[in-house]
Design a protein around this ligand. Structure first.
Ligand SMILES: [Zn+2]
Length: 455
């Protein structure tokens, strides 16, 4: 059983804006926080006295916060980073992403996943909701298991011959059977850190039959549903032409909106959609970096939250962001509403979205705050690293984290009470692929992409 004592940090629990405890210890055992303050030191001493090893981390002058959650990610696209920069969603998918995804084998998928997970861990992320491609999803779970990160994801479902290319299309029956197989094989492993989600790509790429059966499978097995919706205007038009319904209303009609559903983007939405999402207790993964790069638009996050919708944050894939870095997303999420009328999102709001709201969107349970019983998924921030000083002007640290800090401030990332990243080890114990391995894998992808283009 893991035992970790974090000594003398400032604890930022993010339950209320004044949930700040200076110079406090934190003790975690078996993945959960057992105690803070005096009690933490006492429990650690007791454990050591009885002969159990306790890892000690000095955190004096550092800030200890709940780790970030990536509520929308495509690890299979990390190797597709730095492709075309100026396309909108549908041509970008058709020309770069779909052929690239189809070119994966198990090894390139593993390189792509390890690169993305390493980037996440080194930026303070402990948990991800990840959409894979149609094949090689075992490599995603293997990589997540090796990294020790919390991973909810699996294969993507896409079966509509009218809208998807033959090289990346899988009949409903087969796609759902693959999700069920992954569930049998991986769900709940690594002390519960691995979970399978049911993932129809988006309404455009799926038949009505597939969407309905995906909803059934998710309900039968109590799984998270992860999909995209209303990201791009042309996508919304396609769904409306085909179904006569607005995108989210259609997803609801086929039984996909519920309290275990996370919808990425929801950019082109209005009051009717907000009401529906709030009623179904469906979460939205806001991806501001991706929405700007793909010229998708600006998600009305403020209005959504006001209507009672839970909004989390995600980077989307490296192919359209190009970072997998929550610091970039919290900054954009806080800044974007300021160019529209009607108020801002505060630094505090966006940090909640990037942490506790993200955990809820991933279906992760447990109390909020750095309190006994809470999962020990933590990030340790060093305010003296990078370029974020001085931090003396405000009594609250939230603005410093959102507007001044970056991944360079991350001293360590802890998942389930175990240190999975420390800045002294940027290769993360061999998890991060070398530049040679990355280039080799991209070479293999490119040669297969050319072949499929010529076929
Ligand atoms: Zn996406």
């Amino acid at each position: 059983m893991s035992r970790l004592l974090i000594e003398g940090g400032t604890l930022l629990g993010l339950t209320t804006p004044d949930d700040v405890r200076a110079d406090s210890d934190l003790y975690a055992e078996g993945g959960r926080i057992r105690a803070t303050g005096e009690e933490a030191r006492r429990l650690a001493a007791d454990a050591e006295e009885s002969g159990a090893p306790v890892e000690r981390m000095r955190a004096r002058g550092h800030w200890v916060m709940p780790a970030f959650v990536q509520a929308h990610l495509h690890l299979c696209q990390t190797l597709l980073r730095n492709g075309p920069d100026d396309l909108e969603l549908l041509p970008w998918l058709a020309r770069h992403v779909w052929p690239g995804e189809a070119a994966h084998d198990r090894w390139t998928m593993s390189v792509s996943a390890r690169l993305g997970i390493a980037e996440c861990l080194s930026a303070g992320v402990a948990a991800v909701l990840d959409m894979g491609t149609v094949e090689h999803s075992d490599a995603l779970f293997e990589s997540a298991a090796a990294a020790g990160i919390r991973y909810v994801g699996g294969n993507v479902l896409m079966d509509d011959p009218a809208t998807t290319p033959s090289f990346l299309r899988v009949p409903a029956e087969e796609g759902l059977a693959e999700t069920a197989r992954l569930h049998d094989e991986w769900h709940g492993r690594e002390d519960g850190r691995l979970a399978v989600a049911v993932q129809p790509r988006f309404a455009v790429s799926c038949t009505d039959d597939l969407l309905r059966r995906a909803g059934d499978l998710a309900r039968d097995r109590a799984l998270v549903v992860h999909t995209h919706a209303s990201e791009n205007r042309a996508e919304c038009d396609l769904v409306e032409e085909r179904t006569g319904m607005r995108n989210l209303a259609y997803l609801d009609a086929v039984g996909l909106l519920g309290s275990k559903t996370c919808v990425a983007h929801a950019v082109h939405t209005d009051e009717r959609d907000f009401r529906l999402l709030a009623e179904r207790r469906t979460a939205v993964a806001h991806c501001p970096g991706s929405n700007l790069k793909l010229a998708s638009g600006v998600c009305p996050v403020r209005e959504m939250r006001r209507a009672g919708v839970r909004v989390a944050l995600g980077s989307d894939g490296a192919a359209c962001n190009n970072f997998l870095d929550p610091f970039r997303e919290v900054r954009l999420a806080a800044l974007l509403p300021r160019v529209r009328e009607g108020g801002a999102l505060s630094a505090w709001d966006v940090l909640r979205m990037a942490t506790w709201d993200g955990r809820a969107a991933l279906g992760l349970e447990g109390p909020e705050g750095l309190v006994a019983g809470a999962t020990a998924d933590l990030v340790i921030l060093d305010p003296e690293a990078g370029w974020s000083l001085p931090d003396d002007w405000s009594r609250e640290p939230w603005g410093t984290v959102v507007f001044s800090m970056g991944r360079e401030n991350v001293a360590a990332t802890i998942v389930d009470g175990v240190v999975r990243y420390r800045r002294e080890d940027p290769m993360i114990g061999g998890l991060r692929p070398s530049p040679e391995e990355i280039r080799e894998a991209v070479k293999a992808l490119r040669s297969r992409m050319t072949k499929s283009e010529n076929a």
